[in-house]
Design a protein around this ligand. Structure first.
Ligand code: ZN
Length: 672
């Protein structure tokens, strides 16, 4: 699921006022609904644990759009988990009226109190024995959370839809309202006016035309399904069908059900779905519901929801990030479902991170890095642990900073810890795990898969990032001493500010050290609040970059500490550029001696020029032309010919520094 709040903030400066209003109104009504659901004290968790659901069949008629009424029956098949099971309960909101409950041999006694439908069997069910009951009911469905069952409209036509996550399924149908117990399969039959097309999970098996201008659509899902992923979306849709060709000979339909007035506008976005299916199939293993379909059904909520085989999408959700997010949920959320809402990050963190995987596959490393930077910004706003402590509040479960941004960044950090190969093997192994795939999982299950694939002990990682809070704040001090003619000892001291939980973070950290002759990345394992590391490099070190690939959610300050000679250069120096040869850019470092240096004669502020010449001695760039105080400087050179604003050809160039009568020239090579 993805609520488009960020989108609203980012776009509010240039989306039309009407759309802004739509969002504001929408968010207000969301909040109202949230409050109402809490007042109703409807949270029922984790459902009756005396039986295991095996099958649901919903046969629902939209009885009256004007009166917002439904009627129908729901078949629940289950297996007893108790000896001599006399009764069970299903979750069903009390505002709905139950007419009768049928068992194998006729009517069963029931009572419907406090949103629970208690059903008594005529004869006890043995342990492991199967039973089947049918609940006949009707009324106006309740609405909680994000609006579990809505009678809406668009452009004069009805739009009736559901969004049950997390606790809304029992607002409109009797079920065991917990993600922990999946049915092995499900059917949804919907009867409505012939002007409307009802869409649900799985394959459309049959359309029956009834007397009185109604028809019945029979949808069949043959895969395990969590109750909150069973959905309805009903409107006067345009149907747009594509094919995902997943092998030489096989393809799967990708079907979009869109409001007619929006179809032309959203079609270019819909057309990106096939490529996403290719990318995610390669990364996570084959699409989980390949025998059935994928697709989208438009609905009136301001976001997207990953209903199994058919994501429900608001108009503004038709953008690459939300489309890829909901598609990724088909693996992480639908195929593997979080066992409880405490572990919602296994759904939302994975779907959020998958957006980055899509951008990276499509547009490369920089697109990925930009995505990560944005998510890190929001991740830093997260308060409390990713593991949701208070699951009685819908807004706590779906906190966008924690369950989405920070949880997504946890996967980015895990990728940093494991490296690409082990990380992607882990994701694939998890998505296809014999126990968890088409089942449910908690954090420890994912951790176990990660540890098995990688051979690493990762208790520290999950404990601090999933159950802990905040992120490390590092202060890094470094200096160096010369060992001999070529070798230098680099000393790095890493200090972490004291955090609440954990007190400090343990992480492998990459340090990139640049010397005149080397570019080295050293990985240290930082597992103390305050810790020192030393290592030897060749050449004078002139730069230390902490976590150069930005793997870690953090704040950091890096200081070259005062003991280092570097602070007080004694003479003019022009260093060899780095890297060399280079393309597209290189760095040139130079020092201006301090005034107490005998070489400078007590003067402060020198006019410095640093210029680049081609092999024929023609000036091609002026990098510095100003007065500089004593110190160490570095300038980055990206060789455009600054005089003509054209790219320079590859080859040998010279760079020359001039300070009064000090002139020094060095050679560098541009690669093209
Ligand atoms: Zn989501």
């Amino acid at each position: 699921m993805k609520l488009l709040l960020f989108f609203l903030i980012v776009l509010s400066c240039f989306i039309p006022l009407k759309a802004q209003e739509y969002y504001k109104e929408h968010i207000k009504s969301e909040m109202k609904r949230g409050e109402r659901s809490l007042r109703l004290n409807k949270i029922q968790y984790p459902g009756d644990d005396r039986f295991d659901v095996t099958y649901y069949k919903l046969d629902i008629t939209i009885a009256s759009v004007a009166k917002k009424k439904i009627s129908g029956n729901v078949v629940v098949n289950g297996k007893s988990l108790a000896d001599s099971l006399q009764s069970i309960y299903l979750d069903l909101q009390s505002v709905l009226n139950v007419d009768s409950v049928l068992g194998k041999n006729g009517k069963l006694g029931f009572s419907h109190l406090d949103n629970k439908l208690h059903i008594n069997f005529n004869s006890a069910i043995n342990l492991g024995e199967e039973f089947s009951i049918a609940v006949y009911y009707g009324g106006t469905p309740g609405s909680s959370g994000f609006g579990s069952f809505e009678f809406g409209s668009h452009n004069g036509a009805a739009s009736i839809y559901t969004l049950s996550e997390p606790y809304g399924a029992s607002d409109w149908w009797p079920c065991k309202d917990t993600p922990a117990d999946k049915a092995d399969s499900s059917d949804v039959w919907i009867t409505c006016a012939t002007s409307l097309i009802p869409v649900s999970n799985g394959k459309l098996i049959e359309v029956v035309t009834n007397p009185g201008s109604t028809h019945t659509y029979k949808w069949k899902n043959s895969y395990p399904i969590a109750n909150y992923l069973i959905s309805l979306a009903i409107s006067n849709f345009v149907e747009y069908e594509q094919y995902f060709k997943y092998s030489e000979t096989d393809s799967m339909p990708v079907i979009h059900y869109i409001y007619p007035e929006h179809f032309n506008q959203v079609k270019p976005e819909l057309d990106k779905t096939i490529k996403m299916l290719e990318i995610f199939s390669e990364k996570f293993g084959e699409y989980p519901f390949l025998k059935e379909k994928y697709g989208h059904a438009q609905f009136g909520w301001g976001g997207g929801m990953e209903h199994q085989t058919v994501s429900s999408m608001g108009f503004y959700a038709f953008n690459p990030s939300t489309i890829s997010h909901e598609l990724a949920h088909q693996w992480f959320g639908d195929k593997i479902t979080c066992k409880d809402w405490h572990n919602i990050w296994l759904n939302e963190g994975f779907a959020t991170y998958s957006e980055g995987i899509y951008f990276e596959a499509l547009n490369g490393k920089n697109a990925y890095k930009n995505f990560i930077n944005t998510e890190m910004y929001y991740a830093k706003l997260a308060k409390g642990s990713i593991y949701v402590k208070n699951i009685s509040m819908v807004n706590e479960i779906f906190n966008s900073y924690r369950s989405y941004a920070k949880a997504g960044i946890v996967l980015h950090m895990l990728r940093g810890v494991l490296g690409d190969s082990l990380f992607f093997r882990t994701l694939k192994e998890y998505a296809n795990h014999p126990e968890f795939s088409y089942g449910v999982a908690v954090t420890e299950d994912f951790q176990a898969v990660t540890e098995k694939v990688s051979g690493h002990q990762l208790e520290y990682f999950f404990k601090q990032w999933i159950y802990g809070e905040n992120f490390p704040v590092y202060s890094v001090y470094w200096n160096y001493n010369q060992q001999d003619e070529n070798n230098y000892t680099v000393n790095v001291h890493i200090n972490q500010s004291v955090n609440s939980n954990p007190a400090f973070f343990s992480m492998p950290i990459q340090l990139r050290i640049l010397t005149q002759t080397q570019d080295t990345i050293i990985t240290v394992f930082n597992d103390q609040q305050s810790q020192s590391f030393s290592f030897t490099v060749r050449g004078v070190p002139y730069s230390l970059v902490f976590d150069p690939e930005n793997w870690i959610l953090k704040e950091v300050s890096v200081v070259l500490s005062a003991e280092s000679d570097e602070q007080k250069p004694l003479e003019f120096t022009l260093y060899q550029n780095y890297p060399n040869p280079f393309n597209p850019s290189t760095k040139i470092k130079y020092t201006i001696p301090s005034s107490d240096s005998p070489l400078l004669g007590g003067k402060r502020g020198e006019l410095i020029t640093l210029k680049v010449f081609d092999i024929l001695g023609r000036e091609v760039a002026v990098l510095v032309n100003e007065e500089k105080a004593p110190g160490v400087y570095e300038v980055e050179y990206t060789p455009l010919n600054t005089h003509h604003n054209v790219s320079l050809p590859g080859g040998v160039y010279f760079y020359q520094i001039k300070v009064e009568d000090y002139i020094q020239t060095k050679k560098m090579i541009l690669l093209r």
